[in-house]
Design a binder for this molecule. Structure first.
Ligand code: B1M
Length: 222
């Protein structure tokens, strides 16, 4: 199991998407994240292990980038490698109980183009029995307001990955709470914390996709 986690982590860190990807040159012809994920799932490895490998790989490349030891292009191919894995996880994450529990609107806030975490949250919440409306990335506050107006009673999730876009998250929460104070807002993303969520008036901070579904279920139980 640990072997698979490490193999996936290495492919994601180095941007080895599949056997035909040219990077890194010393891994040419070898299986990439895509083939390793398919094989692992075929052998009964749990999707969680593949996700763990992806997160580890992303953490490593993110750290290198922060230390100026990697470029944006490295982040792009690492993202492609992780997407290759998550594409195979989609059926598992989305295959929850079919009972429709409500509508969940999600988007990455204005100015932010990161969507891998948001997409994972979308899939997991869909699997948890909610209808998901994914507004995509770089979503201005007004678009969230339009979606709420069209889906009364929905829950809203906001994602932000940049310290520079956390302020835009606050603007979106304010706009939502001003226009629709009853709407429950959940926030998440790497730089977001419980304290920050509270400070900007969000109802819930979610550390990851599984935490998000737990929080949504808890709202429903109250
Ligand atoms: Co960017 N990037 N990036 N990047 N990138 C970070 C975030 C960074 C930390 C890297 C670093 O410097 N170490 C850094 C931000 C620094 C900061 O703000 N202080 C950074 C930077 C600087 C940038 C650019 C500015 C680089 C540049 O152009 N010079 C640029 C900005 C573009 C923009 O958005 N305007 C940029 C671009 C990119 C790519 C496009 C190349 C690519 C994204 C591709 C894509 O998303 N399709 C990318 C990537 C891949 C990363 C890292 C390496 C990985 C992010 C990721 O996908 N993680 C990242 C470093 C890192 O995070 N370690 C980095 C995996 C994902 C599953 O985790 O998104 O955290 P995450 O989601 C988690 C939780 O946070 C939570 O659940 C998920 C797990 O279950 N969650 C939620 C997320 N959203 C939620 C919403 C919820 C609930 C939970 O709602 C309820």
């Amino acid at each position: 199991m640990q072997d698979i986690v490490e193999k996936i982590a290495l492919c994601v860190e180095l941007g080895k998407i599949n056997s035909t990807s040219p990077f890194p040159p010393d891994m040419q012809g070898q299986d990439g994240a895509d083939e390793i994920a398919v094989e692992a799932l075929k052998n009964g490895i749990q999707p969680d292990a593949l996700l763990e490998g992806c997160m580890l790989g992303m953490e490593r490349i993110g750290k290198k980038f922060g230390e100026k030891k990697a470029y944006v292009t490295n982040l792009i191919i690492s993202a492609e490698a992780m997407i290759a894995v998550t594409n195979h996880l989609k059926p598992f994450l989305e295959s929850g109980s079919v009972k429709q529990k409500g509508i969940f609107v999600i988007g990455t806030v204005t100015g932010d183009l990161h969507d891998i975490g948001k997409n994972l949250v979308s899939m997991t919440i869909k699997g948890g029995g909610f209808d998901v409306i994914d507004l995509g990335v770089d979503v201005p506050p007004q678009e969230f307001l339009n979606a709420i107006a069209q889906n009364p009673g929905c829950f809203v999730g906001l994602s932000a990955l940049l310290t520079t876009t956390m302020i835009n998250m606050e603007k979106s929460v304010n706009a939502i709470k001003d226009a629709h104070p009853e709407t429950k807002v959940l926030v998440g993303g790497a730089p977001i914390t419980e304290d920050f969520g509270k400070k900007i008036g969000a109802d819930f901070y979610c550390k990851d996709a599984f935490d998000a579904i737990e929080k949504l279920n808890s709202i429903q139980e109250t």
